[in-house]
Design a protein around this ligand. Structure first.
Ligand code: DUC
Ligand code: ZN
Ligand code: ZN
Ligand code: ZN
Length: 485
């Protein structure tokens, strides 16, 4: 199948130019001005539009068994929602249940994801440290095509790992050429604050935020950075939500450490006041970890994206219906943590970022696609409008308007945390694997159209991180010993 996209402006992370794009059998084969259409090609007029590499969401949880229920968007509907919003690839997390092997988790996720309508890849969670974990990580990195390992520093008694486990696992990542990731919140302190609040009869959803203040995230982020440095590994901090965490990352980068930070679109535009809404369902719908923050933190996150101290924007898409959220009606600790966003990320970021002048179009492409592909080792197959890249593209109309509304969404949940945000700038067409997946409100991609994208380990130079190296190769000291009578 051959498609020629004519008359648009190609936006890459490093440059933009007027160019036509020729696609053959799922791959971009030419990017140049004035291309002529081969016989039989479908021609798409992209006049007035930008041509962007498809969005990559590096952080989703489709059909995740979590907090006593299962997240409502499965791989079929979560990826269809993604395509409607211009995202052509997601990266989800394989999370082994307690005592379960990584191999089993991988097989379960491969099975669940057969329904995916767009391309997808996985991270693997390390939820305990045993000899089996140590051994399995090699197969995960080298055979399964998963070069990223996620660690939860929160969810005490469930997924949380301690510093010993972090150090072991980060060291193993360094040896394998893998990138460790952290959910950085101090789970012990969160647990204590939750107990204290509940003890005072504070059961409402706003207490979710009060039990997870920015300090618990700042402390854990800083700790993970220091542990990664001592283990000689780089580090990727998921859902960086506050100034304290951003500052720890910026400080580390200024000291030469390879540390990456991932704000979510939710934290960039929604604030803690959402939890004080008198409607319980409204507030509970917004419960996620880390929680939405007081407004001043948003300025810090935007500044990080602008300056490059934060590199990517994700969603942590983990959707639960109103009914599911009611599991925590009498106890905020039982409200399933998670919000949606995979369908809305690009539109909201364009409106609040590009249209306000905070981000250039090229920076938008960097943080929604190219930087993610580079950090996850799939660039330039993904993340670029370039010859040889997969034809995952968005024909983006910067003048198209859309007001976000749950009524019109593809996601299976019955609300939207961005409800009512009026966006200017939206997809006209999403192409996935060289086919039109979505056009002008009509979803064409089907269940199962997506493919698993393996991500090999990184070259050794990527993990040569450490200021600790000078300590890890001890130099012998010649010393005269005191004579003890
Ligand atoms: N945070 C959420 O809000 N949901 C899923 C997991 C997480 O860390
Ligand atoms: Zn199967
Ligand atoms: Zn998390
Ligand atoms: Zn997550």
């Amino acid at each position: 199948m051959t498609i020629l996209i004519r008359g648009g402006t190609v936006i890459n992370h490093d440059h933009s130019r007027r160019a036509d794009v020729l696609i053959e059998d799922g791959t971009i084969v030419a990017v140049a001005e004035g291309l002529s259409a081969p016989a039989g090609a479908q021609v798409i007029d992209a006049g007035g539009c930008d041509i962007l590499p498809g969005g990559i969401d590096p952080h989703t949880h489709m059909e995740l068994m979590f907090m006593g229920t299962v997240s409502a968007d499965d791989f079929e509907w979560g990826t269809k929602a993604a395509l409607c919003g211009g995202t052509t690839m997601i990266v989800d997390f394989c999370i082994p249940a307690p005592g379960e092997s990584m191999l089993k988790a991988y097989q379960d996720w491969r099975h669940k994801s057969e329904k995916a309508a767009c391309d997808y890849s996985f991270h693997m969670a390390v939820t305990s440290w045993t000899k089996e974990t140590h051994d399995d990580m090699e197969a995960v990195a080298k055979t399964y095509g998963i070069n990223t390992f996620k660690h939860f520093m929160a969810y005490k008694g469930a997924l949380m790992v301690n510093d010993d486990e972090l150090f072991n696992s980060f060291s193993r990542c360094a040896a394998l050429g893998a990138l460790p990731m952290v959910h950085a919140e101090n789970g012990d302190v969160v647990f204590r604050l939750q107990e204290t609040l509940m003890g005072k009869g504070a059961t409402g959803p706003e207490n979710h935020a009060y039990s997870r203040p920015p300090e618990v995230e700042g402390e854990a982020t800083n700790r993970a950075i220091m542990i990664a440095d001592m283990a000689g590994s780089p580090l990727y901090v998921v859902h960086t939500s506050c100034r304290e965490a951003h500052e720890a990352i910026a400080r580390a980068r200024a000291a030469g450490k390879r540390v990456y930070g991932e704000p979510l679109i939710q934290h960039l535009v929604l604030d803690e006041d959402e939890y004080r809404n008198p409607d319980w369902d409204y507030a509970a719908a917004r419960v996620m970890s880390p929680p939405f923050r007081p407004r001043k933190h948003q300025d810090s996150l935007w500044a990080g994206l602008q300056s490059g101290s934060l590199q990517v924007v994700a969603t942590d898409h983990c959707s639960f219906t109103r009914e599911q959220k009611r599991l925590g009606l009498n106890d905020f600790r039982m409200i399933p943590n998670g919000t949606g966003g995979v369908e809305d990320r690009l539109l909201v970021l364009w409106t609040k970022g590009v249209n306000t002048g905070r981000l250039t179009k090229e920076e938008f492409v960097a943080v929604t696609s190219a930087n993610i592909a580079r950090i996850l080792n799939i660039y330039p197959r993904k993340g670029a409008v370039a010859v040889g890249s997969d034809a995952d593209l968005v024909i983006w109309d910067p003048a198209r308007t859309k007001t976000i509304s749950a009524k019109a969404q593809t996601s299976r949940i019955d609300y939207n945390v961005f409800e009512g945000i009026a966006c200017t700038g939206a997809p006209r067409i999403t192409l996935s694997g060289g086919r039109i997946a979505w056009q002008d409100g009509e979803l064409r991609a089907e269940k199962g159209d997506g493919q698993f994208i393996a991500r090999p380990p990184f070259p050794a130079s990527h993990v040569a991180n450490s200021t600790w190296k000078e300590f890890s190769a001890p130099r012998p000291v010649s010393r005269s010993m005191p004579v003890v009578p």
